[in-house]
Design a protein around this ligand. Structure first.
Ligand code: HSE
Length: 295
């Protein structure tokens, strides 16, 4: 028997919600096929679309780590083969490792007769994130698994809430041609946040959540502010403030770093402004000599 599953790219943080907000992208993602194997143990059989860079070792491969965590919880000795097709670039900030882990879990869970409900798969996917980047954050795996816009209200115990997504909310992704490892992008952050910044940040998280439920696009845009991670991470992303300026002038509600970068995300109301946003960003990237893909 075999089962194939797809899991989408995600934008984590969404500016103000460091490690607690994320949404799924209705476009690209990763695909994993899991097949029965006639002897116990996990094997990563093939990985396509990664230019030979992802590990096959069961302890390092995010698909295998996630499935192993699930099997440990089940206390079952089963044999499974993993076939991964990457649709997402590595080190891009689009939740590439999360999509692989989630697709693997969904496929394996189905193959085993769905012993777990969807939400119960989250901790297994978080273990894979921990191996991939050193931090078991859930703001990519949760939206990749559940779809839509997701809030992680708490990690201990895990409390994941699906938020409303207004009709007509569009996201443009700008992926400059270089890689940034999440571990590196986390290492520039500070351990402490001032009272002043904590006030600003919570105001924006609340504003963003209210904006989504009230379908208030201006409020959503105003709330895309991050005083905790963005100031430090922007230094790792050439042209960040210029692109922000340009896409806002082009009609975006707001812009921020997608997850740990270097991909940037811009939100807009309706589809009309999307091409204008891409053109405006392209001009800035051209001027600094950096290639970019836009989705
Ligand atoms: N919340 C995580 C971070 C997302 O910002 O490091 C990584 O994609």
């Amino acid at each position: 028997n075999s089962v194939k599953a797809f899991a989408p790219a995600t934008v984590a943080n969404v500016s103000c919600g460091f490690d607690i907000l994320g949404f799924a992208i209705d476009a690209m993602g990763d695909q994993v096929e899991v097949r029965d194997r006639n002897q116990p143990g996990l094997v990563v059989v093939s990985i396509e679309g990664d230019e030979g860079r992802l590990p096959y070792e069961v302890e390092k491969n995010t698909c295998a780590v996630a499935i192993q965590a699930m099997l440990d919880e089940l206390g079952k000795e089963v044999g499974l083969e993993i076939y991964l097709k990457k649709g997402l670039p590595l080190g891009s900030g689009m939740g590439s490792s999360a999509a692989s882990a989630v697709a693997a879990l969904v496929a394996a869970n189905r193959l085993l007769g769905e012993p777990f409900e969807k939400k119960q798969l989250l901790p297994f996917a978080m273990q894979a994130e921990k191996v991939a980047c050193g931090a078991g954050h859930a703001d990519n795996v949760a939206p990749s698994l559940l779809g839509g816009f997701v809030l992680i209200r708490d990690y201990h115990p895990l409390d994941v809430i699906k938020l409303h997504v207004p009709e007509g909310l569009f996201c443009t992704l700008l992926h400059p041609h270089f890689e940034l490892k999440t571990a590196d992008s986390r290492s520039v952050l500070r351990d402490t946040v001032s009272l002043k910044h904590s006030t600003i940040q919570s105001g924006n998280v609340a504003g963003l959540v209210a904006g989504l439920f009230q379908e208030d696009f201006d409020l959503i845009g105003r709330s895309l502010r991050d005083v905790i991670a963005e100031p430090y991470r922007a230094t790792l992303i050439p042209g960040f403030y210029e692109v922000k300026e340009a896409v806002k002038s082009a009609g975006a509600l707001g812009m921020g770093i997608s997850g740990s970068g270097p991909t940037l995300f811009a939100l807009s109301k309706g589809k009309e402004t999307v091409q204008t946003i891409i053109d405006a960003a392209q001009q800035v990237y051209d001027s600094i000599g950096l290639g970019v893909d836009a989705y």
